[in-house]
Design a protein around this ligand. Sequence first.
Ligand SMILES: [Zn+2]
Length: 107
Amino acid sequence: MRCLSCRYDLRELAEDRCPECGRLFDPEDPHTFYTPPNRTSAIRLLLLILCCHIAIIWALFAFQRAGWRTATAYGLIGLFALSWLGTAILLGVIVRRRRREARDTVP
Ligand SMILES: [Zn+2]
């Protein structure tokens, strides 16, 4: 919970006014203060996606070594391409949301 104007930490204040810039806020209304994005959840999500990609690459090599049919390998390559496409779209959504949050919080 931080000030919309100067990002001063507003937690545990005696009054609902920023001591740094004087801007008023309502602790019950999230539109009147800035909440920093939760970075740990984004990092966890990216790690999960990375693990999925590693698993698909591992499966591809395993299928190749086992001499499975080409169709299965192409299916996995398709799945791999789709997962990267999904990751790119997801990252785009996250970046766009961050930019919008940053723009909306500028006084
Ligand atoms: Zn302030």
